[in-house]
Design a protein around this ligand. Structure first.
Ligand SMILES: Cc1cc2nc3c(=O)[nH]c(=O)nc-3n(C[C@H](O)[C@H](O)[C@H](O)COP(=O)(O)OP(=O)(O)OC[C@H]3O[C@@H](n4cnc5c(N)ncnc54)[C@H](O)[C@@H]3O)c2cc1C
Ligand code: SF4
Length: 576
């Protein structure tokens, strides 16, 4: 098939995957071949572990129900080497849900535990009209962060893991859940993935087959674009009458700095993005002060871009590197040293894009359920709250001997999660028309706090026709000291994917150049390559260096599919 620049959208080249056929298993293995647990939680991030901890708190006061759940009342299945290893966030957190979850722990103790770095007392928001200029503006409502706490979600997940283990949870790290087990229209557990397969799927010397994990209730807490969540949404038609989900991609670095930053900083562009709606670029940045265990001053800096853009050469990684050359940033980072890098996508559709949150035998929590307010870039507190509410609904149903989990939906709707997301339900959609056209409309929606009626609609990110534009021409050349290329960045994530692991990325490999360029520039880990001798126009063959993948999930939004790699593969984030 030949192509014209700007003619094709990624959705015309869907990935070779049939999620229901491949990722739903219709019969549990026999009793002696499977593990039985009370509640299985897929994903040991903030949401899944909040669910585990809340459930264990409730069960601790009810030994009878605990007893009925058997030897393993709560199991958490996490694909990273340790909980926290695959978690990344900005992360300024609204504190209330975490205060509710660990009521006995003060905020001072959060800091002593090493996952929190202080309350926000000062903040500033800037426009960056050019590569040299910055203009401070009054803080718009979504950026008001007084009283919030700067944290590290990877460190918080490690703390939550420790608490859950002390409470009696069985945490299976380095384990991917690869299939959802559905019997007679009800989720009855999950299957863990095989380990020790070679490039072509052949069993190697250390091969270990996966196991069915039977559970009375299953919680899908897989974060952004969950593998089983996607299959469940199709199997149970959970996205019926909802808007499609849309996505953003964030790249983050942590720097050790010479002098402490005394405030939170956000910038709203337009530089280094293009203002013209032709490019479809919307994004922004953050710079937050942090500390490490030794009390040294750090800053978290990141760039988030909506995956709605049309210029195939848009690269969140390169935009962040370029942004660091702005004098506003240089002044903060100069003389410092980069100590961490990571990338992750987040769901941006908000209220209207949230799928139905329960199905027979299972519920969705956190990013799996799309519970993020991307106007304010806030999801952590919703993840914690939804995990807690899921635990309470599951506990009530176990106590009653019922299997009905549908009460969870209403609990979310009535909670701070439902209320906050309702207020900004129509605020981001206007931005799909570009910053100039959509900005004022979006502002109006925010100021009205959801009082304006109506339901604004979305289109999917992969339906946007792509063109090979000139955004790439403005990227800085990495110097290896202050600005970095993708591969040296992946290197510092501790990425431990085996060179002979099977490929977990599904894409069509023979595609028009603008689609291949989209993937090449978008991937923060440099996974997609176009051969140097490929034709300038027309179709090209894409090379997939999947062992570099940091499992950010962006490819799933723009025409491909991230499936679960072997447990233990991927990055090992410590402070992101
Ligand atoms: C760049 C960026 C900046 C952000 N900034 C902020 C901010 O400043 N403030 C804020 O409040 N929110 C912010 N957010 C949003 C917030 O970080 C997320 O909403 C939240 O961290 C998601 O938590 P989660 O537990 O739902 O998912 P995750 O943290 O993604 O956890 C999911 C876990 O499940 C595991 N997993 C997934 N699938 C499987 C499987 N099949 N088998 C086994 N394990 C599996 C993953 O390895 C992971 O550990 C930001 C997000 C991003 C990406
Ligand atoms: S290959 Fe991996 S790191 Fe690259 S975009 Fe896809 S999911 Fe993200």
């Amino acid at each position: 098939m030949s192509s014209r620049n700007g003619h094709h959208a990624p959705s015309e080249f869907p990935p070779p995957v049939d999620s229901v056929k491949e990722f739903i298993k219709h019969e549990l293995d026999s009793e002696d071949e499977r593990i039985e647990v009370g509640v299985a939680i897929v994903g040991g991030g903030t949401a899944g572990l909040a669910c585990a901890n809340r459930l264990l708190q409730l069960l601790a006061d009810d030994p009878e129900t605990m007893e009925r759940l058997g030897e393993v009342p709560v199991a958490v299945v996490e694909k990273a080497k340790t909980c926290g290893g695959h978690n990344l966030s900005g992360a300024v957190m609204r504190p209330k849900p975490l205060e509710e979850l660990f009521g006995e722990l003060s905020r001072e103790q959060w800091r002593e535990q090493g996952f929190a770095f202080g309350e926000v007392t000062k903040e500033a928001v800037y426009l960056t009209p050019t590569s040299k200029l910055s203009v401070r503006i009054p803080t718009p409502p979504p950026f008001k962060n007084h009283g919030n706490e700067v944290i590290s979600v990877s460190a918080l997940a490690r703390y939550q893991q420790q608490q859950a283990e002390e409470g009696g949870a069985y945490i299976l790290t380095e384990t991917s859940a690869t299939q959802l087990v559905v019997e007679d229209g009800r989720v009855v557990g999950v299957r863990s993935g095989d380990k020790g397969r070679g490039k072509d799927g052949e069993p190697l010397g250390n091969f270990e087959p996966g196991t069915d994990i039977k559970a009375r209730a299953t919680v899908l807490a897989e974060g952004c674009w969950g593998h089983l969540t996607g299959a469940a949404i199709r199997e149970f038609d959970l996205a019926k009458d909802r808007e499609p989900q849309v996505w953003e991609l964030g790249v983050k670095e942590v720097w050790k700095v010479a002098k402490p930053l005394d405030r939170l900083i956000h910038t709203m562009g337009p530089w280094p993005l293009k203002v013209s709606s032709k490019y479809g670029q919307i994004g922004g940045t953050w710079i937050y002060p942090m500390k490490n265990a030794a009390g040294e001053d750090l800053v978290s800096i990141g760039f988030v871009v909506e995956l709605e853009y049309a210029d195939a050469t848009t690269s969140a990684h390169d935009l962040l590197q370029t942004f660091k050359t702005h004098p506003l940033v240089r002044e903060i980072l100069e003389g410092g040293e980069r100590i961490a890098w990571g990338a992750k996508a987040l769901p941006g559709g908000g209220y209207w894009s949230m799928p139905k949150l329960s199905m027979p035998g299972a519920v969705l929590v956190g990013d799996s359920g799309g519970m993020v307010d991307t106007m304010a870039l806030k999801g952590v507190h919703h993840c914690i709250k939804s995990g807690m509410l899921a635990a309470e609904s599951i506990y009530e149903s176990l106590e009653r001997g019922s299997q009905d989990l549908s009460g969870y939906e209403q609990a979310i709707e009535d909670s701070s999660v439902g209320k906050e997301l309702w207020e900004v339900r129509n605020a981001r959609q206007p931005l799909q028309k570009g910053l100039l056209l959509g900005g004022p409309l979006s502002g109006l929606q925010q100021v009205s706090k959801g009082k304006l009626p109506g339901r604004a609609d979305w289109h999917r990110n992969d339906e946007k026709p792509m063109f090979v534009g000139d955004t790439k021409d403005s990227y800085v050349k990495p110097d290896g000291k202050y600005t970095f290329d993708k591969l040296s960045s992946v290197f510092i994530t501790g990425n431990a994917t085996r060179d002979d692991a099977p490929n977990h990325i599904r894409i069509q490999k023979h595609v028009p150049r603008e689609i291949a360029e989209t993937w090449r520039w978008m991937c923060p880990a440099g996974v997609y390559e176009i051969p140097e001798d490929a034709p300038e126009h027309g179709d090209v063959d894409v090379i997939v260096n999947y062992t570099n993948c940091v499992q950010c999930g962006a490819i799933t939004a723009k025409g491909g599919r991230l499936t679960t790699p072997e447990g233990g593969d991927g990055p090992l984030y410590q402070i992101l």
